[in-house]
Structure formats: structure tokens, C-alpha cells
Design a protein around this ligand. Structure first.
Ligand code: KDG
Ligand code: MG
Length: 404
């Protein structure tokens, strides 16, 4: 069997997604996600112009070999654009392998290690009453773990917090330019501990609560926040410091026992090596699509397992259901799975990408369809052409551009 056709499909059913479609000489189709929020067309070009011609004629069963061919063979390794493109090929080849075998991906990865993957939902509110309502909404949907993001007094807008009555948290704005937000770390640090105190008073001690600091703190600020949140027993505190300096977490770790999670902007095992080997974190959060696909993220998770670090793949709405399916298959099978982020896509996205994975009573299951269990409705997808969209940028009150 050989690869005979490779297509890159860009579609925007409410937000942009880049999909790689590989067809074999036996007519089997494999799909891979290549979406990189705000930089989608760079990955589409990398795939169309540089990778697709190399795939024609290759044996689709040689996943490991193809991964190394694209990674080592290019000389230019790493980086989110390269690794998203390699990941898309990798996911599509695993999808094909599953379809050839007639088995869902999780069976190829060693079979189920659990009956379902614990999921966490997002709750957001401009103020405490809105936030409490939002947590109740997610609990009513069946979630058993909740990530909370909240407005900060004095700040008009806070990234990740639903605004103007919009409950869903949509992390990219359509428009010619990124929107701009004013950020004030001191105001944030003063406010957050009291939010968790009140959430614990309202919801009790048992509900797993998570929080994301979006890489905006210095190590000293992060250590202080971790210490102040310890009484509220968070499931984790995410992305406290800018992720390109893993050693920053040494100081944080020395000062707080709060569980730490990081990794959504990582794209390579070397980004994780110091954090894992020094046991500076508790959860590794790479997205399958942004860290080289199933083949590479499996290696990261295996390294993490050695150090009692649990796997918790990034699962926002800005990766497609193809990536999400891969994450749930991997989560079901990995010994050191921790939890899976679950931001629900808009219904239209689920129509374009029909999927076998399902959410039920707090847990996700990948379903039993062969491969990844996702199909793309190309006719529907073609009705929603690409639209330019960016993540917002953050400025301090004096006009200084801040860490994301
Ligand atoms: O594209 C960026 C988003 O995926 C990210 O900001 C969402 O932090 C996020 C999360 O934890 O889902
Ligand atoms: Mg995050």
C-alpha cells in the first residue's frame, strides 16, 4: 500500500481549522489536525509546499520512520509550525493504521487502562456570582472537575473570561488585528485567593478546581500565588511562568506544594526534559497537534511516567476534533493519564467533523470506530472559508507589552 494523495483542507466553521487528508492506494483515508491558532496558514503552506510532495509513494504503515524522515530529515527541527505539520501527518498515519487493522487507536496503543477519561470543563465569570452560576452550569452538564477563570476588579477584560453575556470562552478574535487587553498582575494576585476561598465556601472541599495563569507571572509572583492558594486544595495551577524558561519553576517548586501543570506551548520532548527529570511539575499538558503528534507525545508521556508526572493533554476549542480524538484515545490507554481538558466545540464544528468520541457523566470515551473515529464533511467544510483571526495581546497599564 502506498500514499497516493495528500490534501490540506482549511475551513472556518466558527473558527479556523487546518486538516491533512491522506489517501492510500487501497482507498483508505487518514485525517490529521494541523491547526495552530492565529498562524494557521503557515502550517497549511508547510504541509502543501514542503511535506505533501514527499509523502506521495511512501508506505503509510511506516509511521515511526516517516516521523523521523520529516523531523530529522529536514535539518530544521522543532518549532510549533514544523511540529504541527509533522503531527498532522503522524495522526493521519495512525488513523490509517487503525482502519487497516479494524481497531480504534487506543487498542493499537496497548488497550484501555480505564473505563473513561476524567474531563474538566471551563467555568468563567466577570464576577463571583457569574462565576458561581457558570460552575453550576458545568456541574449540571455532568462535569466532575472545573477550571475557573474570573474577572479582576479594575480590569475591563481578562483573557479566558466570557464577556458581554457570552458564556463560551473563545480564545481568538476574528479581525484584521489582534485585540488588546490591559493586564495588571498586582490586581490579579490580590484578587484570586479570595475567589477560591469563596468557591470553597460555596461548593465545599471535594470538587476538583483548576486555574490557569496563562504564563503571566514571574517565578516570585508564581510562588506567592501558589502558597496563597494552598488552603483551597487546587487540582492544579497551570502555566504560571513563561514556558520557554523551565528552570523558573525551580523557585516556584521550592516555595509551594500546589500541583503545577504546564506544556500547552511545548512542541518537543526537550522542552519537557528538565521539568520532568527534576520533578518540577505534576502534569504535562502538551497538545498532540503542537508536539509532533501521537508518536512524539507518547514518548513525552512515557518519560513523564518515570517521574510520576501525569498526562493531561491540551484540549481547547482551537484544536480540531481530530486532535481531540487522538488525545482521548491516548488518555484512555496511557498508564499515567491524569485528566483531559474538554472545551466543547460549537455544534457546527461537530457537524463538519463527525466524531465517535463522547462525553458522559464526567468522563470522555473515544468510541470504537477504527482509527481516530473522526470524519470530515468536505462539502460542508467548503462553505466556511478561512477568516483571519488572532489571539489578543496584553499590555500593562503603562503601555508595556506583557508576557502572554
Ligand atoms: O490558542 C491558545 C489557547 O489554546 C489557550 O490560551 C487556551 O490556555 C488555554 C487552555 O488551557 O485551554
Ligand atoms: Mg492554558
Amino acid at each position: 500500500m502506498k500514499i497516493v494523495d495528500v490534501q490540506v483542507i482549511v475551513t472556518s466553521p466558527t473558527r479556523n481549522f487546518v486538516t491533512l487528508k491522506i489517501t492510500t492506494s487501497d482507498g483508505i483515508i487518514g485525517l490529521g489536525d494541523a491547526t495552530l491558532n492565529g498562524r494557521e496558514l503557515a502550517v497549511a503552506s508547510y504541509l502543501r509546499d514542503h511535506i505533501s510532495p514527499l509523502l506521495i509513494g511512501r508506505d503509510p504503515s511506516r509511521i515511526e520512520d516517516t516521523w523521523n524522515y520529516l523531523y530529522k530529515g529536514a535539518y530544521w527541527r522543532r518549532g510549533p509550525v514544523t511540529m504541527a505539520a509533522v503531527a498532522a501527518v503522524d495522526m493521519a498515519l495512525w488513523d490509517i493504521k487503525g482502519k487497516v487493522a479494524g481497531l480504534p487507536l487506543y487498542q493499537l496503543l496497548g488497550g484501555a487502562s480505564r473505563t473513561g477519561c476524567l474531563a474538566y470543563a471551563h467555568a468563567t465569570g466577570a464576577d463571583l456570582p457569574e462565576l458561581i452560576d457558570s460552575v453550576h452550569e458545568q456541574l449540571d452538564l455532568g462535569y466532575r472537575a472545573i477550571r475557573v477563570q474570573t474577572g479582576v476588579p479594575g480590569l475591563e477584560k481578562v483573557y479566558g473570561v466570557g464577556h458581554s453575556g457570552v458564556a463560551t470562552y473563545e480564545p481568538a478574535d476574528r479581525g484584521a488585528r489582534p485585540s488588546e487587553e490591559i493586564w495588571d498582575t498586582s490586581a490579579y494576585l490580590r484578587h484570586i485567593p479570595s475567589v477560591f476561598e469563596q468557591l470553597r465556601n460555596h461548593f465545599g472541599q471535594e470538587l476538583p478546581l483548576l486555574h490557569d495563569a496563562h504564563h503571566r507571572l514571574t517565578p516570585q509572583q508564581a510562588a506567592r500565588l501558589g502558597k496563597e492558594l494552598e488552603p483551597y486544595d487546587l487540582f492544579w495551577l497551570e502555566d504560571v511562568t513563561p514556558a520557554e524558561n523551565p528552570a523558573a519553576l525551580r523557585l516556584v517548586r521550592q516555595h509551594t506544594t500546589i500541583p503545577l501543570a504546564i506544556g500547552e506551548v511545548f512542541n518537543n520532548i526537550w522542552d519537557t526534559e528538565l521539568l520532568l527529570s527534576e520533578q518540577l511539575i505534576d502534569f504535562i499538558r502538551c497538545a498532540i497537534v503542537h508536539a509532533g503528534g501521537i508518536t512524539h507525545v507518547r514518548k513525552i508521556w512515557s518519560l513523564a511516567e518515570l517521574y510520576q508526572v501525569r498526562a493531561a493533554s491540551h484540549g481547547p476549542t482551537d484544536v480540531s476534533p481530530i486532535n481531540f480524538a487522538a488525545a482521548v484515545h491516548m488518555g484512555l490507554s496511557a498508564a499515567n493519564f491524569g485528566i483531559q481538558e474538554h472545551m466543547r466545540h460549537q455544534p457546527l464544528v461537530d457537524e463538519v467533523f463527525r466524531h465517535a468520541f463522547r462525553f458522559d457523566d464526567g468522563y470522555l470515551h473515544p468510541g470504537e470506530e477504527p482509527g481516530l473515529g473522526v470524519s470530515l464533511d468536505e462539502e460542508l467544510a467548503s462553505r466556511y472559508p478561512y477568516e483571519s483571526a488572532y489571539l489578543p495581546v496584553a499590555y500593562l497599564p503603562d503601555g508595556t507589552l506583557h508576557d502572554w
